[in-house]
Write a protein that binds this ligand. Structure first.
Ligand SMILES: Nc1ncnc2c1ncn2[C@@H]1O[C@H](COP(=O)(O)OP(=O)(O)OP(=O)(O)O)[C@@H](O)[C@H]1O
Length: 328
């Protein structure tokens, strides 16, 4: 098999009138990576994905796949395929005909189309529903059909725009592990847009965090979570406190890395405002020096060995290695 290609975004820019939705971003996606584009609503994730797919024109810069600039090629000629948020299935076509649709457009004969569609349906475990209409399928089944339909073109890069957002929470977790398994089996690049941090952490080899039309940070999921570089990334990834130190500077410290001590023995002093039981842990929300709210996540057993009450004065401390300096 030929080596799968890397995908590069070079100064990629999208403007809609006076709005700059994507501002000269640069990124190199290694072939075969499962990447999540993560960020809040309106940060430019979908515009980026649509430019890679060719469903949106590029205002400036380029999309380079395997060394070839594909920025101006039509979607079907790029080696990419897109799976849309609402799946966009044709309601009057059977599952098989939906999956085979792009081959029909390419003029592939009926027998070959049906054979390839059957292979794809087997891949996503939907052979038994091949002759149904989309309306006769559950949300999870429609999603599998949409996947099969995107994969039948044998893309080198599969682009997924919020692929799990239409599913209920239980199914979302099941389908996300299936997506990951499928990506491993196929060995192609998946670029998955989401605004869910949990989803990105669970799926991604690489997380690309976007904010205000630019890439704020990218890297392995664990690195982005454990060492956020900016205040925005620390807050957006969750599980962190952004702390202004008494002698200056701003750091991120994970809530589960903060421990309580005597008021005068901590790095900061504070008072417990609220105590929330969360099953495996207890969150103590502390109002600390400088009027900052800091959350400490204490394992359940440890907390109940020495329970505290709201209003108690405490010290907050953490190890040096748990502290990451933040850039503005
Ligand atoms: N067709 C369009 N015309 C004008 N402005 C647009 C268009 N599409 C997107 N925008 C604007 O560009 C910016 C980025 O939008 P985009 O859809 O890429 O963000 P997103 O991060 O995918 O958001 P969401 O998570 O809400 O889908 C937003 O300010 C949006 O209003």
């Amino acid at each position: 098999m030929a080596t799968p290609p890397d995908l590069q975004l070079v100064n990629l820019t999208k403007r809609y009138g006076t709005t700059t939705a994507v501002d000269a971003i640069n990124h190199h996606f290694r072939a075969g990576v499962y990447a999540c584009l993560l960020g809040p609503s309106g940060c430019g994730k979908s515009s980026t994905l649509r430019m890679i797919a060719g469903h949106e024109s590029v205002s400036d810069g380029s999309v380079v796949l395997g060394g070839t600039d594909v920025s101006h090629l039509p979607p079907a000629k790029r080696g990419t395929a897109m799976m849309f948020q609402n799946y966009a299935l044709f309601p009057h076509l059977s599952v098989t005909d939906n999956v085979a649709f792009s081959l029909k457009m390419k003029g592939v004969d009926t027998a070959t189309r049906r054979k390839r569609a059957a292979e794809m349906l087997e891949l996503v475990d939907m052979s038994a529903q091949a002759e149904r209409l989309p309306a006769q399928l559950s949300g999870g089944q429609q999603q599998r059909v949409a996947l099969a339909r995107a994969l039948i073109t044998q893309p080198q890069v599969l682009l997924l725009d919020e692929p799990l957002s239409a599913l209920d929470p239980f199914l979302r977790i099941r389908m996300r592990s299936e997506l990951k398994k499928l990506q491993r089996e196929l060995g192609i690049t998946f670029i998955h847009v989401t605004h869910g941090q949990d989803e990105a952490l669970a799926l991604a080899d690489e997380i690309v965090v976007m904010n205000n039309a630019v890439i704020e940070q990218s890297g392995a999921a664990r690195d982005v979570f454990n060492a956020p570089r900016t205040d925005f990334v620390a807050r957006f990834m969750g599980g962190h406190n952004v702390i202004a130190l008494p002698h200056g500077g701003q750091v991120a410290v994970r809530s589960d890395r903060i421990s309580l001590t005597d008021p005068s023995a901590g790095r900061l002093e504070g008072r417990i405002m609220t105590i929330e039981y969360q099953g495996t842990a207890v969150t103590l929300n502390v109002r600390a020096t400088g009027d900052q709210d800091i959350a400490a996540l204490i394992p359940e057993e440890q907390y109940f060995a020495n329970p505290l009450t709201e209003g108690t004065a405490v010290g907050l401390t953490w190890e040096d290695v748990a502290m990451h300096s933040l850039h503005a």
